[in-house]
Design a protein around this ligand. Structure first.
Ligand SMILES: C[S@@+](CC[C@H](N)C(=O)[O-])C[C@H]1O[C@@H](n2cnc3c(N)ncnc32)[C@H](O)[C@@H]1O
Length: 301
């Protein structure tokens, strides 16, 4: 299969800026390597004229970040390229036949224990612990391996607020990880929604792997547009702006005293979501932060 390969070449000190752009464009899976230390750079490399003085003076090594996209993702690739070039960061794009890519990234994922109950186990890894609830995940090309702070913050909140036999909506389900974790924590039924067909495929696959397919309804669609009825818990890990928009419709999809769990919010934007909740008839029960990412839990008043 052919992929579009996007390679970012910059100094190590620019890592955060590159990763911010990738996250803004909802790209969370990439390979990164520090190719050389400053001392190892050739004279030509040391003379990169696109690197600003300030960065150059930090004398960090060269960082290479590679991400892969299928051919229908050209628009995202263009957006990332433009945003990085605005910051004078060098980007090359090429087509690659890297048939190994589909498996290469797997080496970066291992079982991850979240909260006091759940372990996310990549399907290709071995893990056994009778005291924990194991959720098997193969994210395919969708987001949701359990390693990202936003996912684990949502799972911790599910563990805390979900009650047995709750009805749950998982909006922006990615790999299906949150909905499946909710079922394994005792939810009765989950409706999972995502706008991306790759996520729908991954969620179905993972629901089957975890023996919960019969308790999940999986829809391709926009946010709450396609769900029917009301939930006791809605969980959604998408960026702050989208979540804030969704909050306007949220109350009508939640039962009395229903719970909204959300992450995907960079800490600087937490007030956007908090204010939207407060002005839409919710009380805010909790805000948590991890590595610059925030989660928020609200309850219908
Ligand atoms: C950060 S991922 C979260 C995946 C998973 N729920 C987790 O927590 O790991 C966000 C997901 O939301 C989906 N998404 C973005 N905008 C959406 C929208 N308007 N309606 C439904 N899904 C959306 C993306 O396709 C992506 O799969």
């Amino acid at each position: 299969m052919k992929y579009i390969e996007l390679v970012v070449n910059t100094f190590d000190s620019m890592r955060e800026e590159v990763v911010d752009v990738l996250y803004e464009c909802e790209v969370y899976t990439f390979e990164e390597s520090t190719a050389k230390t400053f001392e190892e750079l050739s004279q030509d490399e040391k003379n990169w004229d696109f690197v600003g003085e300030e960065v150059f003076s930090l004398k960090k090594g060269i960082l290479i970040i590679k991400c892969y996209f299928s051919k229908d993702e050209v628009e995202i690739v263009k957006k990332i390229k433009t945003k990085l070039e605005e910051k004078n960061i060098d980007v090359t794009i090429s087509e690659t036949d890297d048939s190994d890519w589909a498996n290469n990234w797997k080496q970066y994922y291992h079982p991850v224990e979240i909260g006091s109950k759940i372990t996310i186990k990549p399907t290709w890894e071995n893990y056994e612990n009778k005291n924990r609830i194991v959720v098997e995940i193969d994210p395919g090309m969708a987001f949701g391996t359990g390693t990202h702070e936003t996912t684990s913050l949502c799972i911790e909140a599910l563990e805390k607020y979900l009650k047995p036999l709750d009805i749950v909506f998982d909006i922006g389900c990615g790999s299906g990880i949150l909905g499946i974790a909710a079922l394994k924590l005792g939810a009765e039924k989950v409706t999972a929604v995502d706008i991306d067909p790759k996520a729908i495929e991954a969620t179905k696959n993972n629901a089957y792997l975890n023996n919960v397919l019969d308790k999940m309804t999986i829809y391709k669609g926009n946010l709450l547009d396609v769900v029917e009825g009301k939930a006791d818990v809605i969980v959604s890990n998408i960026i702050a702006e989208i979540i804030s928009d969704m909050i306007l419709d949220l109350k009508s999809s939640l039962n009395n005293r229903g719970i909204f769990i959300s992450s995907g919010i960079i800490i600087e934007k937490i007030n956007l979501v908090k204010d939207a909740l407060l002005s839409s008839g919710f009380e805010v029960l909790e805000v948590k932060e991890e590595n610059g990412w925030a989660s928020i839990v609200g309850r219908v008043k």
